[in-house]
Design a protein around this ligand. Structure first.
Ligand SMILES: C[C@@]1(CC(=O)O)c2cc3[nH]c(cc4nc(cc5[nH]c(cc(n2)[C@H]1CCC(=O)O)[C@@](C)(CC(=O)O)[C@@H]5CCC(=O)O)C(CC(=O)O)=C4CCC(=O)O)c(CCC(=O)O)c3CC(=O)O
Ligand SMILES: NC(=O)C1=CN([C@@H]2O[C@H](COP(=O)(O)OP(=O)(O)OC[C@H]3O[C@@H](n4cnc5c(N)ncnc54)[C@H](O)[C@@H]3O)[C@@H](O)[C@H]2O)C=CC1
Length: 214
């Protein structure tokens, strides 16, 4: 990113998307794990790897090219992660990727890349991403930890219930205003979350669906 403009935040569907990760150290390990969690297809280019990369290779979750980066490696991905410990190599990867019109992330000099990776907190369908736009990854991590405390695992069941309710409302309620009113009500009624927390899930579900009778 250049020119001090803010980043545009999106949620990407990475299923079966080809990613190229250059470098196989601690930082690329973290990114590879997250990308695997999201169903991406991963090619790693690196002369050395860690044990976890060897495990992913053995279990056929990734492909590894045991070599130093060269521009022809870019054919293996539509999104590129420059994660070597060599600044000059990471810069070259960014320049080559941009020239080919590919999206690139730079683990070190982030301004040379097109996007950065936020910290994430996932609670079922509630997916929260935190970023300081590269200003302070340590603060990013701390704020994410605070969010993780604030939104506990009960949000998994809660978002599941709200999702189920919304699908029913979209099917059954044709009036747009009533639909919105119902969905807002379900998202705002504190009893639903309180009861899920208290392990009274069936009661929470019944209350939520009872809103349809209003
Ligand atoms: C720009 C960005 C590029 C990108 O990777 O996309 C980037 C860059 C750099 N990070 C550095 C250092 C650290 N990074 C972390 C941790 C994380 N870094 C992550 C993202 C990002 N890091 C992107 C911006 C995110 C944003 O702020 O919006 C997280 C959020 C997500 C993830 O990586 O999965 C993950 C937390 C995940 C979690 O929740 O655990 C820690 C803390 C720790 O490890 O405990 C430290 C040490 C403390 C410190 O330095 O603050 C250095 C200096 C290296 C050096 O010293 O040489 C650079 C290079 C530079 O700044 O130029
Ligand atoms: N984004 C982030 O969250 C963070 C980024 N960093 C930065 O990320 C970079 C990588 O850090 P680590 O993973 O800790 O390093 P590391 O030393 O653990 O791993 C570097 C990897 O790059 C590979 N490599 C080196 N030259 C290569 C080349 N020409 N072609 C292909 N692969 C090559 C090495 O074989 C090794 O596998 C560093 O520049 C560091 O400043 C560091 C901490 C956090």
């Amino acid at each position: 990113m250049e020119g001090g403009m803010p980043y545009y935040a999106v949620m990407l569907d990475m299923t079966d998307k080809h990613c190229l990760i250059v470098g196989a150290g601690a930082v690329s390990e973290r990114k590879t794990q997250q990308l695997l969690n999201c169903g991406a297809k991963i090619t790693v280019v690196s002369p050395t790897t860690t044990e976890r990369f060897e495990h992913w290779l053995e279990s056929r979750q990734i492909t590894i090219r045991r070599k130093r980066y060269s521009a022809d490696d870019l054919q293996a991905g539509m999104i590129v992660f420059a994660c070597t410990n060599d600044k000059a190599v990471n810069s070259q990867i960014c320049a080559d990727a941009k020239q080919k019109g590919l999206w690139v992330n730079a683990a070190d000099q982030f301004e040379q890349g097109d996007f950065i990776v936020p910290a994430q907190v996932l609670r079922g369908k509630l997916h929260m991403a935190v970023s300081t736009a590269g200003a302070s990854p340590a603060l990013t991590k701390r704020v994410a930890a605070e969010i993780q405390e604030r939104y506990g695992i009960e949000y998994e069941a809660y978002t599941h219930l709200l999702h189920e309710f919304r699908e029913t409302v979209l099917l059954q309620v044709t009036d747009a205003k009533r639909r919105q009113k119902l969905l807002k009500k379900a998202a705002e009624d504190h009893r639903l979350l309180d009861w899920i927390r208290a392990d009274r899930r069936e009661e929470a579900r019944k209350l939520c669906f009872s809103f349809l009778q209003d």
